[in-house]
Write a protein that binds this ligand. Sequence first.
Ligand SMILES: Nc1ncnc2c1ncn2[C@@H]1O[C@H](COP(=O)(O)OP(=O)(O)OP(=O)(O)O)[C@@H](O)[C@H]1O
Length: 271
Amino acid sequence: MTASAGLRITDLTVTYPGPRASGFGRRSSITAVDSVSLGVAPHETVALVGESGSGKSTIARAVVGLVAPAAGGIEFDATSLTNQRDRRARRNIAMIFQDPRSALNPRMSAAASISEAWEAHPDAAPDGVRKDARRRREAVVDLLAQVGLDPDVAEKRPTALSGGQCQRVSIARALALRPRLLICDEAVSALDVSVQAQVLQLLVSVREARSLSMLFITHDLGVVRQVADRVAVMRRGELVESADVTTLFSAPQHDYTRELLDAAVDLDVSG
Ligand SMILES: Nc1ncnc2c1ncn2[C@@H]1O[C@H](COP(=O)(O)OP(=O)(O)OP(=O)(O)O)[C@@H](O)[C@H]1O
């Protein structure tokens, strides 16, 4: 393992077009992420926390290529992800979104959603799945089993599935390309409370079984304690503090981190 293995984000800045001051004025821009450096080592789980609008999702979107950085670098195993030539390196990284229904195509069965990934990335597809329908079906059923779903889910569309089942299909789809880093953007917060713990447990067991790294975006500090090795705290686009989970909870260095922890204690979720 080299020092640069895993995800390495260096001085990342991401801007969005802001509102026009007047009908003819120049567009302003919003700096959603401001010169953030952050790493996720192999097998490590890093939680990204911070108030709404602090730039957490934007970092995730930049890593998977949904938004282009204005400046800075993103590398996985020392291969740049911002360089068009090396975009194939992105298949090492999969993302689970907050709303599983909108993350899945409503017209596609679970099987089609899962196997679509193999058409887009043939080099990552298991042997035979692109040409052999029976082999493809077996591989889909195997992935469904890994996320705790029965084979008959394969034929179902998102509208015929519960929110928790949809999120499990999204996780199966993410695993189809055998990623090494899973980015979970509030992956359980849209689910019923009773289902949240089950899906969280699934993510943890998948992480263990596949030795994955994780970037875990959440506003729930109780969840952070359960899943993370390290915590990075964002505020207004900047990274204000990063520490291992025990240190951050027991000896936060930044006032803002203390505020977050105090707010969580008030809500009785962190302890
Ligand atoms: N598509 C967009 N166009 C313009 N501004 C955006 C866009 N997406 C996000 N922003 C702005 O960028 C900033 C960071 O948003 P981002 O969604 O990354 O924060 P977040 O910490 O993930 O928040 P939340 O927890 O609410 O999802 C916010 O000011 C937000 O309003």
